[in-house]
Write a protein that binds this ligand. Structure first.
Ligand SMILES: [Zn+2]
Ligand SMILES: [Zn+2]
Length: 447
């Protein structure tokens, strides 16, 4: 056991011969030894043990060896070593600032933590994680000392900075350090001597109903200026003044104090299509939010008050990032239901309509990319399932059906056939030219 003790002290002396080290930096080389101790306590104890050893050597008459050791200790700013040196008639040694951290721990760390605390006061959070950027030269010095002396017990300076800053921030804010899913990240940058606070995004899910036609799901830029603003768009940069995306995200961004927001819908509808029934599921990703604990019931009321008569949101709740992928994946396979109002070129009897509806039920439809979107989508063949077509209303030259089908099916084309690009279609089955007057989404299955 004693040989282990002398091994530790031997290595400490070798380190101090190579560099003046503050208590923390010296202690850090022995961080793997002992538990529930700070590196500062380790460093102080080692320096104290070395001082006792020097003192014992003096008694044994080894003045030269003792003085050398005392000078090494005094150089690090360890006061008792200088006092003993003076007592035995030696000349005092000027302290040299730590050559490893360059005094980072003494002054810079506390300044950084204060900076972090003042930045953090702008954010709502429950948990956090500290990270740091340390100059490469410090890391290199640390590595070369460790290998030159052959030390296997150390930890890195970054790890110590992160832990010490984390403990200090935790005790001064009452918040919890969290390594798995922190609300925000505090980055202490020792290159620039600056602090960055990076809140992680918040995800809010819900459903929207679109009560009117003529509103696109996402922001639609002006085709003339592509968003810059021109006379054609009255300097708004937009082709349509509002979109579901903007109507939903604007009040959310305000409530969460977010820098940006992304809107993800479970599929999308054409601008002239309403979304009724329970509505279409969506997730909003709020980027760099300053607030995290928003009352969603109140927020839902606020969105609906502002968007009265245009859209309506329901079931707002906090969600996980993974929901976005699920939403996109499932949009193509989940069931959707549509109400379609169709005009026919000539009157068709109820019996013929019912027969055609039945013939389209439980059928897999072959659908090439619709002509109307060919300019922006690749020409592909899709196979989509139609679960049910049900006739719900027949009037003079006009009838209404409810179509239940797989997500991603183009419903307008299922009615008029798109010149044979969608087959079978209602028009093909009836042999009469058809036109879609109105289309509403009436149900979207939740992922
Ligand atoms: Zn140091
Ligand atoms: Zn424009």
């Amino acid at each position: 056991m004693l040989s282990a003790a002398s091994d530790i002290l031997d290595k400490a002396v070798k380190l101090l011969e190579k560099a003046s080290l503050c208590d923390r930096c010296l202690g850090r080389f022995f961080a793997g030894l002992g538990f529930a101790l700070t590196n500062k306590a380790r460093g102080e104890s080692i320096k104290t043990m070395l001082l006792l050893a020097a003192s014992a050597s003096l008694r044994e008459g080894d003045d030269k060896g003792a003085e050398g050791l005392l000078r090494l200790l005094a150089r690090t700013g360890f006061k008792p070593a200088n006092e003993l040196l003076i007592k035995v008639g030696g000349t005092p040694v000027d302290a040299v600032p730590c050559e490893l951290c360059l005094g980072m721990f003494d002054s810079a760390l506390e300044a950084m933590v204060s900076g972090a605390l003042s930045s953090l006061s702008n954010y709502e959070f429950g948990s956090f994680l500290v990270g740091c950027k340390v100059p490469g030269s410090i890391i290199e010095r640390e590595d070369s000392l460790r290998s030159a002396v052959g030390i296997e017990w150390g930890e890195s300076i970054k790890r110590e900075v992160n832990r010490e800053a984390g403990l200090s921030i935790a005790s001064r804010t009452g918040k919890t350090p969290d390594f798995q899913r922190p609300d925000l990240l505090v980055v202490l940058n020792f290159h620039k001597m600056s602090v960055e606070v990076k809140p992680f995004p918040i995800f809010v899910r819900g459903r929207y109903r679109k009560l009117v036609r003529g509103v696109p799901q996402s922001r639609w830029f002006c085709p003339q200026c592509r968003g810059k603003g021109c006379s054609a768009c009255n300097w708004t940069g937009k082709r349509y003044q509002v979109s579901v995306e903007e109507l939903v995200t604007q009040p959310l961004m305000e409530a969460f104090g977010a820098a940006k927001a992304k809107f993800h819908g479970a599929g999308r509808e054409d601008i002239d299509v309403r979304v009724l029934g329970p509505g279409r599921p969506f997730v909003v990703e709020l980027i760099e939010p300053r607030k995290r604990f928003v009352n969603l019931e109140q927020l839902q009321g606020e969105v609906n008050r502002r968007c009265q008569g245009v859209i309506e949101v329901a079931d707002l709740s906090y969600a996980d990032k993974s929901l976005i992928g699920m939403l996109k994946l499932s949009a193509r396979v989940k069931r959707k239901a549509y109400r379609v109002l169709v005009e026919s070129e000539e009157a068709i009897s109820r019996e013929r309509l019912e027969a055609a509806a039945a013939a389209l039920s439980n059928v897999t439809v072959k659908q090439r990319t619709p002509t109307r979107v060919l300019h922006r989508r690749a020409d592909k063949l899709r196979l989509k399932k139609v679960h049910e077509v049900k006739l719900t209303r027949v009037e003079d030259g006009v009838f209404e059906v409810v179509v239940k089908c797989q997500g991603g099916l183009y419903v307008k084309e299922l009615v008029h056939g798109d010149g044979g690009r969608t087959t079978p279609s209602l028009q093909e089955l009836l042999g009469v030219k058809l036109k879609v007057l109105e289309l509403d989404v009436v149900d979207v299955e939740t992922p």
